[in-house]
Design a protein around this ligand. Structure first.
Ligand code: NAD
Length: 476
């Protein structure tokens, strides 16, 4: 491991010891084994009030440091994440279930450092809007104050960084409310980050959804960054209405991918597979409905099945695995129920669909379902797990209509060997991002956000910084 002067390096056990509840707390179980990982503190609303008061008091001093000092702090926080990368990855794997290897726990921790560094490097200077004989007007970007961040359980560390890095960069302080399913991962990450940040700039309040509700209506929270389900996003819009909070909502998706008739199935199969099965399908912008032209349909189904056979699923601490369990029983039940609804329709289960009932963890096998209708619940509802429906189409118009038929529109993709043809289809898709020949590839420099009921506001890039700042015009 790289030595970082002055930065503490903690192994998993030490990290767990410092973040666990001193007494009582919520028992957190490993979704792969059912064993206890540790006990998370269960903070109440009183704790939320104190955390917000401390963050509020610290905010003017943090803002006064200026952009270059705050960027230096974010880079130092990235150093701290890198120095503690393995301890954090083991914590994440044990609590969330995702394997250490593949695009999973080590990848997620690496992304945390990368997002911190990239966010630190952006410039957001005041803009000169008018400068003529009549006068001058400048657009400045000021901090809001205290930003509240509410996150999900699928990528708990990386999504926390997506929320907190631009908020801190712009001079806000932050209070995070992690998912009740993965509080230890976020507490561990925040402990490491706080070794590089001034006191009270970043707080974590590890409570349930009632604490999330209290945060979303708190008079001293000026902006809420929320990532989670569309249902909870709507509840947050309501809770935040009385205080007219600014919101960035990254909500549920049910991303479509359209494979055009000119693809070579074997050449795209592995990228299609990871587009759908990254994090064992528990990814907001994963490929969740695959529309394949009838000319290449059997070839794509067969090639995907061949790739699936090479990807091993199991305990995340086993270095050979690249797919893991579902994080929780409720999500396991959703995936199992949706695959059953496909079987009820008479759809063809090509791979998987047969979970073992005598296992300790929430493992649902990699599942490919062909010859399924566009109206089946496995297609119309977000499965958020390792089960991909593959729908056959005959014309591009039909594929576009099916892809656009839902109320959500986070990401989508078009797969073709003809770029212009793919771009023409992309322009017709109702989604915040359309990828060509890839799916779900997020990048800290490229704005990301949803269309329709997948949310509003943008994250990442300079556009993302603007969403963490109050625009102020100075006119003279
Ligand atoms: P969830 O909405 O159940 O919970 C997310 C967070 O919101 C948790 O911290 C929870 O405690 C809190 N919460 C729930 N109800 C609340 C309320 N009324 N007020 C305030 N806070 C509340 O979502 P989840 O099950 O943790 O995550 C899965 C969902 O998140 C999926 O739909 C997925 O698509 C979505 N997601 C979206 C993105 C994105 O970037 N668009 C990223 C990851 C996950």
């Amino acid at each position: 491991m790289v030595a970082h002067t002055g930065i503490e390096q903690m192994a998993f056990d030490e990290l767990l010891r410092v973040i666990q509840a001193e007494a009582g707390g919520k028992e957190i179980k490993d979704p792969a084994t059912g064993e206890t990982v540790g006990r998370a503190p269960e903070h109440e609303e009183g704790h939320l009030d104190s955390a917000i008061a401390a963050a509020h008091a610290a905010q003017p001093g943090w803002a006064a440091l200026g952009h270059s000092e705050r960027s230096a702090c974010l880079n130092r926080a990235a150093d701290a994440v890198e120095a503690n990368a393995e301890g954090l990855a083991v914590l994440l794997s044990r609590e969330q279930g995702k394997p250490l290897n593949g695009p999973n726990a080590r990848f997620e921790v690496g992304a945390c450092a990368a997002w911190l560094r990239t966010t630190a490097a952006f410039e957001l200077a005041p803009e000169l809007v008018v400068d003529d004989d009549g006068g001058r007007a400048e657009l400045h970007y000021r901090p809001f104050g205290v930003v509240g961040a509410i996150g999900p359980w699928n990528w708990p560390m990386m999504i926390s960084i997506w929320q907190l890095a631009p908020a801190l960069r712009m001079g806000n302080t932050v209070v995070i409310k992690p998912s009740e399913n993965t509080p230890l991962s976020v507490l561990g990450l925040a402990h490491v980050l706080n070794s590089a940040l001034p006191e009270d700039v970043l707080h974590v309040v590890a409570g349930g959804r009632e604490v999330g509700q209290a945060l979303a209506s708190h008079p001293r929270i000026d902006k809420v960054m929320f990532t989670g389900s569309t249902a909870a996003g709507k509840a947050i819009i309501r809770s935040s209405a009385d205080t007219v909070k600014r919101l960035t909502l990254e909500l549920g998706g049910n991303d479509a991918g359209i494979v055009l008739p000119d693809v070579d199935p074997a050449a795209v199969a592995e990228d299609l597979f990871w587009g759908a099965f990254i994090n064992t399908g528990q990814t907001c912008a994963a490929l969740k409905r695959l529309y394949v032209h009838e000319d290449v349909y059997e070839g794509v189904v067969e090639s995907l099945a061949q790739v699936a056979a090479t990807m091993s699923m199991g305990n995340g601490l086993d270095e050979g695995n690249v797919l893991g369990p579902l994080q929780n029983k409720a999500q396991y039940d959703i995936v199992a129920e949706l695959v059953e609804s496909a079987k009820d329709e008479g759809a063809r289960v090509v791979v998987g669909g047969n979970p073992a009932d005598d296992q300790p963890g929430y493992f649902y096998p990699t599942t490919l379902v062909a010859d399924i209708s566009n109206e089946n619940p496995l297609v119309t509802r977000e499965q958020f797990g390792p089960a991909l429906p593959i729908i056959k189409y005959s014309t591009i118009d039909e594929a576009v209509e099916m892809a656009n038929s839902l109320e959500v529109g986070l990401g989508s993709s078009v797969w073709s060997s003809d770029r212009d043809r793919a771009l023409a289809v992309a322009a017709r898709l109702e989604a915040g991002t359309v990828w060509i020949n890839k799916h779900g590839a997020v990048d800290p420099r490229i704005p990301f956000g949803g269309a329709k009921q997948s949310g509003y506001g943008l994250e990442f890039g300079v556009e993302g910084l603007k969403h963490l700042a109050q625009p102020q015009v100075i006119s003279y």
